[in-house]
Design a protein around this ligand. Structure first.
Ligand SMILES: [Zn+2]
Length: 64
């Protein structure tokens, strides 16, 4: 399964080292575990009331 983040760039620093943020609870499929292992996905607890940002930049820490 090809990750959607492969083509993304950070709007702030231009880095392509981007992960998709997935909020728990979520079913840990083999595909998802593989994407976490390869740093294409980060798991987060679901924020209460806060906006759910979709992407995270490993380089500068920016989230959008
Ligand atoms: Zn960045």
């Amino acid at each position: 399964m090809k990750s959607v983040v492969a083509k993304l760039r950070c709007p702030k620093c231009g880095s392509t080292d981007i992960a998709e943020i997935i909020y728990q609870p979520v079913e840990l499929t083999e595909s998802l575990i593989e994407q976490i292992r390869t740093r294409r996905v980060v798991l987060r607890p679901a924020p209460a009331g806060a906006p759910r940002l979709k992407y995270y930049c490993y380089y500068c820490g920016y989230e959008w």
